[in-house]
Write a protein that binds this ligand. Structure first.
Ligand SMILES: Cc1cc2nc3c(=O)[nH]c(=O)nc-3n(C[C@H](O)[C@H](O)[C@H](O)COP(=O)(O)OP(=O)(O)OC[C@H]3O[C@@H](n4cnc5c(N)ncnc54)[C@H](O)[C@@H]3O)c2cc1C
Length: 444
C-alpha cells in the first residue's frame, strides 16, 4: 500500500467511522431509557425482539383488584370480549390479597343529612353473593372472607365470559401513535403481548398510564401490612391474671380476626427496595405482636394465621385527568353533567380550618372526565389512581369507590370499542343510561 492509498483508506475509514458514529448516536437517542428510582450502576442495551401476541380483546383490563374486576364485568355485560390481566394468582387486589376486608365508602350523608347508600351495582352483586354464603358480615361496611371472595370473583368472571390471565405482570405498552396497540406482559410463558381495542388501567399504581406517556402526579402515602389471627374464640377470659388485649376486628369466620396496621407515613410505593424493607419490617412486627398477645394469660391458643400476600400500598400515582376531582367538590356536593357514579365518605377530614366528622361527610359525584387521560385515545383509568387531588386521596381509594370507577371505566371502554371511537368520544348520556341499568347510583 502506497502513502496515497493509505491516506485514501484512512480518510474513508475516518469518515465511515464518523458516519457510523453519528448513526449510532442517533440510534442511541431513539432508544427509550427505562426510568427507575433505584440508583442505576449503568445502562444495558436490550436487543430488539419480536414478541408473540397471545390474546386480543375489545377491552383489556390490567389489574384484577376491586376496580379491575368491576371494569371487566362492566365491559363483559356490554357484550365486549374482555381479557383481565393480573400479576398474582387471585382477583380482589388489596381487598382479598391485602386482607383489607371491609368495603368502605358505600354510604355518606345524603342531601337531608341522613346516611345514604350510593355504592350499588357490581359491588352489591359481589357482597350479595357473599352474604348468601354466610361469608360477609355487617350491612353497613360489608366485611368479607378473603377466600370466599376470591372464589366468587372467579365465578363471576367465568359466568360473564371474562378471560382472566393470572401470573402475568404488565411490563410495558406498545404504542401506535396516540393509542396503545398492545400491553406487554412478563410471565412464566415469556414476554408476550395482549392486543386491546381499549385498555383500562386498574393496576392501582397507574403502571399502564405511566408507560403510555400520559400525565400523572406521584403521591407519597402511608404503607402498612394487614394480617389475620386465629383462635380468638378460644381466649380464656377466666384465666388468672387475664387482661383484655386488642385482638383485631371480627371476620366472617368465627375465631378469625383481622389485624390492622397504619404502617409508615409518606412512603414511596414505587421503590422495590423500600417495599422490601417495609415488608420485612412489618412481618417481623406482626409476628412479635401476636407472640406478645399469646404470652398473656388466657391468650395461649391464639396464633398468626397469615400476613397478607400483598403489601398495603395505598396511593402512588394519580392520573392527571381531564378533570381532577377535588376535596372541595366532594364537600360541596358538586353536580357534574358527566357523572358516572357516586361515592360515600366515612372518615373525619380536616376542612376549612376545622374537622368534619365522618357521619357528616356528604356523598359525592365522580365525573367521567376524572377517568380520562389527556393524550392517549384508547385508555381509561380506574381505582386508586384515577384523577383526584391529594386532599381526596383518603376517600377516592376506598374499595366502594374503586368499584364505582371500575364499573364505569369498563362500561365506557366497551361502548368505545363497539362504537370504534376514542374514550373521549364516548356518548356520555348513553354511558349513564347503561350504568343506571346496571343499578349504579348517579344522583341522590
Ligand atoms: C393497609 C390498607 C388498609 C385499607 N383499609 C381499607 C378499608 O378498611 N376499607 C376500604 O374500603 N379500603 C381500604 N383500603 C384501600 C383499598 O384496599 C384499596 O385502595 C383498593 O383495594 C384499591 O383497589 P384497586 O382495584 O384500585 O387496586 P388494588 O386493590 O391495589 O388492585 C390492583 C391489582 O392490580 C394488580 N397489578 C398491579 N400492577 C400490575 C401489573 N403491572 N400487571 C398486572 N397486575 C398488576 C395487583 O396485583 C392487584 O391485584 C386500605 C388500603 C390499605 C393499603
Amino acid at each position: 500500500m502506497n502513502r496515497r492509498d493509505f491516506l485514501k483508506r484512512t480518510a474513508a475509514g475516518t469518515s465511515l467511522m464518523a458516519v457510523s458514529g453519528i448513526e449510532a448516536q442517533a440510534a442511541k437517542r431513539k432508544v427509550k431509557k427505562v426510568e427507575t428510582r433505584l440508583p442505576a450502576e449503568g445502562y444495558l442495551r436490550e436487543p430488539a425482539r419480536e414478541i408473540p401476541v397471545v390474546a386480543s380483546a375489545d377491552v383489556v383490563v390490567v389489574g384484577g383488584g376491586p376496580a379491575g374486576f368491576a371494569a371487566a364485568i362492566g365491559a363483559a355485560r356490554q357484550g365486549s370480549s374482555v381479557v383481565l390481566l393480573e400479576r398474582h394468582n387471585h382477583l380482589g387486589g388489596l381487598w382479598t390479597g391485602g386482607l383489607v376486608l371491609p368495603v368502605l365508602n358505600t354510604r355518606g350523608a345524603g342531601p337531608d343529612g341522613s346516611w345514604t347508600k350510593v355504592v350499588c351495582g357490581i359491588s352489591d352483586d359481589v357482597c350479595g353473593r357473599l352474604f348468601g354464603m354466610g361469608m360477609c358480615i355487617n350491612e353497613m361496611n360489608p366485611m368479607v372472607d378473603p377466600e370466599a371472595c376470591k372464589y366468587v370473583l372467579d365465578e363471576m368472571c367465568r359466568e360473564a365470559g371474562v378471560k382472566t390471565i393470572f401470573f402475568s405482570t404488565a411490563a410495558d405498552v406498545v404504542m401506535s401513535g396516540s393509542s396503545i396497540e398492545a400491553v406487554v406482559i412478563e410471565c412464566k410463558s415469556g414476554r408476550l403481548a395482549v392486543r386491546g381495542r381499549m385498555v383500562v388501567d386498574c393496576t392501582g399504581d397507574g403502571d399502564v398510564m405511566a408507560w403510555s406517556g400520559v400525565g400523572f402526579r406521584e403521591i407519597k402515602y402511608h404503607i402498612g401490612l394487614l394480617a389475620r389471627m386465629g383462635n380468638a374464640d378460644r381466649i380464656n377470659t377466666q384465666a388468672e391474671g387475664f387482661r383484655a388485649q386488642d385482638v383485631g376486628g371480627a371476620t366472617p369466620i368465627p375465631g378469625v380476626t383481622m389485624l390492622h396496621m397504619r404502617g409508615e407515613e409518606e412512603q414511596d410505593g414505587l421503590d422495590v427496595l423500600n417495599l422490601t424493607r417495609l415488608q420485612q419490617k412489618f412481618r417481623r412486627q406482626i409476628w412479635e405482636r401476636v407472640q406478645n398477645i399469646k404470652s398473656k394469660p388466657g391468650y395461649e391458643k391464639v396464633f398468626l394465621l397469615e400476613t397478607a400476600p400483598q403489601l398495603g400500598v395505598r396511593v402512588t400515582r394519580a392520573l392527571d385527568a381531564v378533570h381532577t376531582v377535588t376535596l372541595e367538590e366532594s364537600m360541596t356536593r358538586t353536580v357534574f353533567p358527566d357523572v358516572i357514579g357516586m361515592s360515600g365518605a366515612s372518615d373525619p377530614i380536616p376542612y376549612r380550618g376545622g374537622v368534619v366528622k365522618g357521619v357528616d361527610r356528604p356523598v359525592w359525584q365522580i365525573p367521567y372526565r376524572a377517568l380520562l387521560p389527556r393524550g392517549c385515545d384508547n385508555l381509561l383509568v380506574a381505582g386508586r389512581c384515577f384523577g383526584f387531588e391529594e386532599g381526596l386521596a383518603w376517600d377516592a381509594r376506598e374499595i366502594g369507590t374503586c368499584f364505582v370507577t371500575g364499573q364505569a371505566a369498563g362500561t365506557a371502554a366497551a361502548l368505545a370499542a363497539a362504537g370504534r371511537c376514542s374514550a373521549a368520544e364516548v356518548d356520555v348520556e348513553k354511558l349513564q343510561g347503561e350504568l343506571r341499568r346496571q343499578k349504579v347510583t348517579l344522583a341522590v
